[in-house]
Design a protein around this ligand. Structure first.
Ligand code: DP6
Length: 320
């Protein structure tokens, strides 16, 4: 009745923003992401009939903030008549700061919970369950370049390319480490209900997905860079134009965009993307990573840098 799993966060290049079904947490659009290698969340789940309630520690400290969402996820995987769970989470990067910590958390929890109850589920079933908890979590069940497609009544997720086939490097410029003020779930709904750009976003997404899919198939970095930056800026434009506006960027976010533009002008293979937070993820060719890292480290307002290659799917691990 005890099991553990590890999952890496993923960074969307073609973004999921908006839901077509809030109750089932089904996305309004498909998305394409890259799974990281060096950032991780490890989840240990022990089902224990002697407990009265679920319990959670995050990096060794008791935590109640995320517990209700984790409990609902456990109910979905194991049924509501399950035993209470003792959950231990370990994460090596800032939580809730726009670094996809919920994606790795729910992907790892789904696998660990099923394993703790000795249930063997297909990866596609685990992805659907993780996606019900957090849309982006479904993609962390797969490694490398990952596409999430909308199907009639559910999602379908698959790897487009294994990480070893096109190894890119991601440099993450941390520009603020506190948790974000508005969560992505809430911000998405504000966008859907109030942003005048939302319907164009939905209309154009198939075109961006097709372009990115082609770029990944052809390993065309310039093509992937152009469509990823465009898609990211469109997503943020929707948020800026919603009422109330949602602006996740700070002045250092803008400064990092300037740094990436300068590096591109010098001929380096690098592009930016940002999610529901102020951090800038610079995706680059491995040969250019050192120069990208140095330039971002010297950008005003950058407080820390993290670097990662592309990684494998979430998986069960053995606990000591
Ligand atoms: C900007 O997966 O966190 O990172 O399904 O409401 O939990 P919920 O949303 P979440 O949203 C991710 C939004 C994004 C883009 C992306 O990862 O595709």
């Amino acid at each position: 009745m005890r099991a553990a799993a590890i999952a890496q966060p993923n960074i969307a290049l073609i973004k999921y923003w908006g839901k077509r079904d809030v109750v089932r947490n089904l996305p309004a659009v498909g998305s394409i992401s890259i799974t990281l290698r060096d950032l991780f969340t490890e989840m240990r789940v022990q089902l224990d009939g002697a407990l009265t309630d679920d319990q959670l520690t995050v990096n060794g400290e008791p935590d109640t903030g995320l517990l209700p969402r984790l409990s609902v996820c456990l109910d979905r995987v194991l049924g509501q008549d399950r035993d209470p769970a003792c959950i231990e989470s370990h994460c090596n990067f800032p939580i809730a700061a726009g670094l996809a910590s919920s994606a790795s958390a729910f992907a790892a929890l789904t696998i660990a919970a099923a394993a703790a109850a000795d249930r063997s589920l297909e990866t596609s079933e685990l992805a659907s369950l993780a996606g019900r908890a957090s849309g982006s979590a479904a993609r962390s069940l797969y490694g490398g370049f990952v596409e999430l497609e909308n199907r009639a009544d559910d999602i379908a997720v698959r790897t487009l390319r294994a990480p070893a086939e096109w190894p890119l490097t991601v440099i993450i410029a941390i520009t603020a480490s506190e948790a974000k003020a508005v969560g992505s779930t809430e911000a998405m709904e504000m966008s859907r209900k109030t942003s005048p750009f939302y319907s164009s976003w939905i209309e154009q997404q198939p075109h961006d997905l097709a372009t990115a899919r082609d770029a990944i198939r052809q390993k065309d970095f310039a093509k992937l860079a152009a469509v990823s930056e465009h898609n990211c800026l469109k997503m943020h434009s929707i948020m800026w134009a919603s009422r109330p506006p949602v602006v996740y960027w700070n002045s250092a976010t803008m400064a990092c965009l300037g740094t990436v533009r300068d590096l591109q002008a010098q001929g380096l293979g690098v592009f930016f993307t940002m999610d529901a937070g102020p951090q800038v993820k610079a995706v680059c060719l491995p040969d250019h990573a050192a120069q990208v890292s140095e330039a971002l480290a010297g950008t005003v307002g950058v407080v820390d840098l993290m670097e990662s290659g592309l990684g494998e799917a979430a998986r069960r691990i053995t606990t000591p």
